[in-house]
Ligand binder design. Structure first.
Ligand code: 13P
Ligand code: SF4
Length: 336
């Protein structure tokens, strides 16, 4: 859990009253002692959002203090991309990582799209370049290129169609071809290959957070929690996924918890998501092996406030690249 931010803003009785309903939402995660450090910043962010007609989009891996108190739209990468396409605001603040902010910018070229920390990257996005994709196309002429949204706009511009972990199988099958290049996540690619007859050719990228889980971890947690269900993200290695009861995107795992209401869950994904689910699902007990994404955790309440005050840092994409990259995102969003 991130440390309590230091704020010059006072925790007045008025702010305490105004933020009381928000505290209710995070009271299982944030103690009463910590709240005076967060509440004035949260209050000011929500005031400035209205004043500047800004909207905050937050990924499921954002800390509970952001996710449950200042975000207007929350979700997995697919939901954030879909909702970014519908935003009716002058400013979009993306509380997530850089490729998510780029996707929002691709879909809203005329809006100001801001990420509170430009250094919030992603090991998958860093694993492949546009030149790599061009070389792969030469090596596999005529084979369509499907890329995970966890890539830069330059890579998306070389792509036939994007996908997320929530729609990867559907996107691959929508092409109706015998084989595809599926880039850059080797583990998501291997998972997709188990779900389709399409031949999957992949790359050697991986998520630095999910690749750290091992099958031994899961066996150990199960031994100590024999009645718990194991939910895992498809960015995990195959031997980890083989131990899971359910494999899905962050939205898929959330939906599992909300609809099946399991008593105990072992959540094999980024650690902050367990806090977000625990805050909203008091009937479920979570075991959360704490692998945090260092990039997601760069986004903090003080940085969100500063980005609203300064209206930056903004995300910019070269228009020539943006046009081609947008086409690959639009093709994904058109698949029903
Ligand atoms: P989701 O699309 O499942 O939210 O995953 C995004 C991500 O970065 C997982 O590490
Ligand atoms: Fe990228 Fe992994 Fe972080 Fe997701 S969890 S943003 S895939 S590094």
């Amino acid at each position: 859990m991130p440390s309590v931010p230091v704020s010059d803003l006072p925790f007045t009785p008025e702010i305490e009253r105004a933020t009381a309903p928000l505290y209710e939402k995070v009271s299982k995660i944030v103690s009463k002692l910590e709240w005076p450090g967060y509440a004035p910043i949260i209050h000011e962010i929500n005031r400035l959002k209205k004043e500047k007609n800004a909207v905050i989009l937050a990924h499921n891996y954002q800390s509970a203090q952001i996710f449950h108190t200042v975000a207007d739209v929350v979700g997995d990468s697919l939901a954030l991309a879909r909702d970014a396409a519908k935003v009716d605001a002058d400013i979009i603040i993306m509380c997530g990582v850089h490729f998510m902010a780029e996707t929002a910018k691709l879909l809203n070229p005329d809006k100001k799209v801001i990420i509170p920390d430009l250094k919030a990257g992603c090991s998958l996005a860093d694993s492949i370049t546009a030149a790599d994709v061009r070389l792969l196309r030469e090596k596999y002429p005529g084979v369509p290129v499907v890329t995970y949204v966890n890539t830069s706009a330059e890579v998306k511009a070389e792509t036939d169609i994007c996908c997320t972990s929530g729609n990867a199988v559907k996107i691959v099958e929508s092409l109706g071809v015998p084989e595809v290049l599926f880039l850059p996540d080797q583990y998501l690619a291997q998972y997709v290959a188990t779900q389709t007859k399409t031949k999957i050719i992949t790359w050697h990228g991986s998520c630095e957070v999910h690749e750290r889980f091992t099958a031994e971890d899961i066996k150990f947690f199960r031994k100590n929690n024999p009645t718990a269900v194991v939910l895992a993200h498809p960015e995990c290695p195959p031997d980890v996924l083989a131990e899971a009861d359910y494999v899905g995107s962050t939205a898929g795992m959330q939906n599992y918890v909300e609809t099946k209401k399991p008593g105990k869950v072992i959540l094999i994904t980024e650690c902050a998501m367990s806090d977000n689910l625990r805050a909203a699902n008091p009937g479920t007990e979570f075991t959360q092996p704490c692998n945090l994404c260092p990039h997601m955790q760069r986004i903090t309440l003080p940085k969100i406030l500063a980005s609203l005050q300064n209206e930056g840092p903004e995300v910019h994409i070269d228009p020539a690249i943006a046009e081609r990259a947008r086409a690959s995102v639009d093709r994904m969003l058109a698949v029903k």
